[in-house]
Design a protein around this ligand. Structure first.
Ligand SMILES: *Cc1c(COP(=O)(O)O)cnc(C)c1O
Length: 461
C-alpha cells in the first residue's frame, strides 16, 4: 500500500490561537497598514507565510532541552553540546556562535572583504550581499542560466555556473576573490537545490586557485533531500551523510539556525583554519559575546543542538519537502503561474504573468500580496520591483527582472488544511476579474524600502 496522504509526522501538544477575521475587517487593517503587509499586526493574520525564518515550531524535546539550558558565562554544557553537534555535522573544528546568520556573515566578510575584493556566489542572499558591500567589496551572482526561467524544469536550478565562475576568477584575479559562497538551497534564487556534483566542481576550482570556499548552509537538510532523490549515486546515503559530504568540500560555513536548526533565533560560523577562526573570534567577543555563547543564551544553544539532529529525520524531511510540493503542484493545476519545480521552503508565484494588464510601475506583486490578505488573511511577501526596483535619472522605475510573490512555509507550524485553504484562495482569486491597476508608492526610505514603504491604490482614469 502506498498512501497519497502524507500525514504531519507530529502531534500537537500546545496550540496558538488564530483569530478568524472578516473581509471588511481585513480591508480596514490593510488600509491602516498602508497596503504593506510588513506593517500588519500578526494578530490580524490568519495564515502567515511571510517567511520561514525563525518561525519554526520547536519540538517537545527542544522545549525540554531549554529547561536544561546551562546559562554559565563560560564553557556551559549547552555550548559544548551545540559545538559538538556542529563539529560532527560540518567537520569544522572551530565553531563561533552568533545571535543569527547575518552576525556570522559580518564576522567573516568584514575580515576577508574590503575594497578591491570580490565575492562570487550562485546567488548572494540579501544580508550576505549587504555585509559584503558594506565592507567595500563587490558581490557577483553566477547562477546557471536555467535559474532565470521560472517555468523551466531542472533538478538543480540552484547550481552555480562553473564556466562563469572561472571567467570571473580570470577577470578579477584569484588573489582578489575573497571567497566563493555557495548558498544551499539557493534562497534568493527560488529556494532551488544545489547538486553535490556542482559543489564538488566549485570546490575543485577554489582549491586550484587557492580561493576560500564557504557554504551558506541555512537549508542544508532540505538540500540533502533533493540530492538523495534527484542525483544518481545517493539513493542509499542518509540525508545527514549527504550534508556531511557537502560540508567536507568547503573551508567553512555560515548558518542561520532560524532555518534548518528549527529554532527561533541563532546562528554560527564554522571554520577549518585556526588563524582565520582566531581573527573572527576576536571580533565575536567585541560585538556578539564571549566565544562560548556569542549572542545566545544557554537554552537557545541547547535547542539548536537538538534541532540540528531532528531536521535530518527522514520522516520530517519527507513531509517538509512533499508539503511544499503539494502546494506548488496544486497551484500549478489551477493554472497559477509558479516557479517550477518547487523549492524546499517556499513557492514563488509569477505575479507579472498573473496580472498581465497591470503596468510594472504599479507593482503587480504588491497587488497579489494585498489581494491574498483581503480575501483570506494570508500574509506573504513581494519579491520583485518593490523589493529590488530602482529609479533611473528621470525618476522612472527600473523594474526588477521578475515580479514574484513568495509563499514561505514555516517549519512544523501549519497543517494540510491551512495549505488547502491557501489553494482555495487562489481558486477564488483566479475567478475574479483580473486587475488592471495597481499601487503607487506614497512613502519610501532610501534602503530596503519593502519593509516600510507605504502604498495607495490607483483607480482607472
Ligand atoms: C536567512 C538567511 C541568512 C541570514 O540569516 P539571519 O539569521 O536572518 O541573519 C543568510 N543566508 C541565507 C541563505 C538565508 O536564508
Amino acid at each position: 500500500m502506498t498512501f497519497k496522504t502524507i500525514i504531519e509526522p507530529f502531534r500537537i501538544k500546545s496550540v496558538e490561537k488564530i483569530r478568524i477575521t472578516t473581509e471588511s475587517e481585513r480591508l480596514d487593517y490593510l488600509k491602516k497598514a498602508h497596503y504593506n503587509p510588513f506593517l500588519l499586526h500578526s494578530d490580524h493574520v490568519m495564515v502567515d507565510l511571510l517567511t520561514d525564518s525563525g518561525t519554526s515550531a520547536m519540538s517537545s524535546a527542544q522545549w525540554a532541552g531549554m529547561l536544561r539550558g546551562d546559562e554559565s558565562y563560560a564553557g556551559a554544557s549547552s555550548w559544548l553540546r551545540m559545538e559538538k553537534a556542529i563539529q560532527d555535522l560540518t567537520g569544522c573544528p572551530y565553531v563561533l556562535p552568533t545571535h543569527q546568520g547575518r552576525a556570522a556573515e559580518h564576522l567573516l566578510y568584514t575580515r576577508i572583504g574590503g575594497a578591491g575584493k570580490v565575492f562570487i556566489s550562485n546567488t548572494h542572499f540579501d544580508t550576505t550581499r549587504a555585509n559584503i558591500e558594506f565592507s567595500g567589496a563587490t558581490a557577483i551572482d553566477c547562477p546557471i542560466r536555467e535559474n532565470s526561467d521560472p517555468a523551466l524544469l531542472h533538478p538543480f536550478k540552484g547550481n552555480l555556473d562553473p564556466v562563469k565562475l572561472l571567467e570571473k576568477i580570470e577577470k578579477y584575479g584569484p588573489e582578489n576573490v575573497a571567497a566563493v559562497v555557495l548558498t544551499v538551497t539557493n534562497n534568493s534564487g527560488g529556494g532551488q537545490p544545489v547538486s553535490m556534483e556542482n559543489a564538488r566542481q566549485v570546490s575543485e576550482i577554489c582549491k586550484k586557485h587557492g580561493i576560500l570556499f564557504i557554504l551558506d548552509a541555512c537549508r542544508i537538510a532540505e538540500n540533502a533531500w533533493f540530492v538523495k532523490h534527484r542525483e544518481p549515486g545517493f539513493e542509499n546515503t542518509t540525508y545527514r551523510e549527504i550534508a556531511q559530504q557537502m560540508f567536507a568540500l568547503a573551508d567553512g560555513c555560515i548558518m542561520s539556525a532560524k532555518k534548518d536548526a528549527l529554532v527561533n533565533m541563532g546562528g554560527f560560523l564554522a571554520l577549518r583554519d585556526l588563524d582565520l577562526a582566531v581573527q573572527c573570534r576576536t571580533v565575536l567577543i567585541i560585538t556578539e559575546g564571549y566565544s562560548t555563547y556569542g549572542g545566545l543564551s544557554g537554552r537557545d544553544m541547547e535547542a539548536i543542538a537538538i534541532g540540528l539532529e531532528e531536521v535530518f529525520e527522514p520522516d520530517y524531511l519527507h513531509y517538509r519537502i512533499k508539503s511544499t510540493e503539494y502546494l506548488a503542484e496544486n497551484l500549478h493545476t489551477l493554472g497559477i503561474p509558479i516557479m517550477r519545480p518547487a523549492g524546499g521552503h517556499a513557492v514563488y508565484i509569477d505575479a507579472r504573468a498573473f496580472y498581465p494588464d497591470i503596468p510594472l510601475d504599479q507593482y503587480p506583486g504588491q497587488v497579489m500580496v494585498c489581494e491574498l490578505y483581503r480575501l483570506a488573511g494570508i500574509r506573504c511577501c513581494e519579491i520583485g520591483s518593490v523589493m529590488f526596483g530602482k529609479y533611473d535619472e528621470a525618476g522612472k522605475l527600473i523594474p526588477a527582472p521578475m515580479d514574484l510573490v513568495r509563499l514561505a512555509i514555516p517549519r512544523r507550524v501549519y497543517t494540510q488544511s491551512h495549505i488547502d485553504y491557501v489553494i482555495e484562495t487562489f481558486d477564488f482569486l483566479r475567478q475574479e476579474p483580473g486587475k488592471t491597476t495597481g499601487f503607487k508608492i506614497t512613502y519610501e526610505p532610501p534602503f530596503l524600502r519593502h519593509f516600510t514603504a507605504r502604498f495607495e491604490p490607483l483607480t482607472k482614469q
